[in-house]
Design a protein around this ligand. Structure first.
Ligand code: C2E
Ligand code: CA
Ligand code: CA
Ligand code: CA
Length: 275
């Protein structure tokens, strides 16, 4: 940028202004989306690698905007977090997920992603209690997924909120393990039931022996700490066999099923999980 003189700076400033405008437009559309019922939930199975049965289905939010089309969560979740809209959206997701799961076979749980912003909100436990009550879903069938990003702040409020949720009978999973600032201390301090190894590890399993060693180490760590270890992003039979041999308990990924509607999931579960 230095060589072109002032022109480059002006160009850059214009680009920044355009980016800011685009973001404001997205924010406005996002505000409307909740009232106009543009969100839906999809569900993706987590499978027990020993038995092949679906243990859990993860709820993944989808936004279909009439003009933008499908906007990926990686684009709108950060904006929803910055604007606080994630509180209302997260509550909607929680309620929808519980209602849907109540129609599935009773041995299948539902997992809901929680943003750190929702955790900071004091009403979270009440939202969970209300969602369970409205749907008649037993607390034991609800899992909440949090990422290491939440634990970075490492405040007592987070731990207290988790304990409160755990006391309700809800279980908590550590999502995307290995991508953030993973600390072994987190596994000791917080009451996690599951550890989900991020899909970037699964992707590099065949080509990097280091990745191999990491997945094996996390699996044995999980076993020692009495936690369920999940490998995310399993797309091939080979990856499935490998993570099973390395000691992972569950798998999630396109090999087992792509995210699908709640209705499709119900049919899938009734076909797959009988007997
Ligand atoms: P995540 O929680 O790690 O969810 C898994 C993501 O990986 C999903 O992307 C899923 O579609 C994708 N995926 C699953 N299996 C495979 C596979 O075999 N290969 C590949 N390449 N990808 C796979 P999605 O639905 O686009 O969601 C992206 C992220 O957005 C999620 O990552 C989560 O962090 C966030 N998110 C989604 N729904 C919610 C929600 O309701 N609330 C919050 N707070 N975040 C959400
Ligand atoms: Ca997740
Ligand atoms: Ca994940
Ligand atoms: Ca992820």
């Amino acid at each position: 940028a230095k060589t072109g003189g002032g022109g480059d700076h002006r160009f850059f400033a214009l680009e920044m202004e355009e980016a800011a405008q685009a973001r404001r437009a997205l924010e406005l559309d996002l505000r409307e989306a909740l009232t106009k019922e543009q969100f839906t939930l999809h569900f993706q199975p987590l499978v027990d690698l020993r038995t092949g049965r679906v243990t859990t289905c993860e709820a993944l939010v989808r936004w279909h905007h009439p003009i933008r089309g499908n906007v990926p969560p990686s684009v709108f979740i950060p904006v929803a977090e910055e604007t606080g809209l994630i509180i209302a959206l997260g509550e909607w997701v929680l309620n929808r997920a519980c209602v849907e799961a109540a129609r599935w076979p009773k041995n299948v749980k539902v997992a809901v992603n929680l943003s750190p912003v929702q955790f900071r909100e004091r009403g979270l436990a009440l939202q969970v209690v209300a969602a369970l009550a409205k749907s008649s879903l037993p607390a034991q069938r609800l899992e909440l997924e949090v990422t290491e990003r939440l634990l970075l702040e490492d405040n007592e409020g987070t731990l207290a909120a988790m304990e409160q949720l755990k006391n309700l009978g809800v279980s908590i999973s550590l999502d995307d393990f290995g991508t953030g600032y993973s600390s072994l201390n987190y596994l000791r301090k917080y009451p996690f039931h599951k550890i989900k190894i991020d899909q970037s590890f699964t992707r590099h399993l065949g080509t990097e022996s280091d990745t191999h060693a990491i997945v094996a180490a996390v699996a044995s760590l999980g076993a020692g700490l009495d936690k369920i270890v999940v490998a995310e992003g399993i797309e091939t039979e080979e990856q499935m066999k490998l993570v099973a041999s390395l000691g992972c308990n569950e798998g999630q990924g396109y090999l087992f099923g792509r995210p699908m509607s709640g209705e499709d999931m119900r049919a899938h579960l009734e076909a797959a999980n009988t007997g």
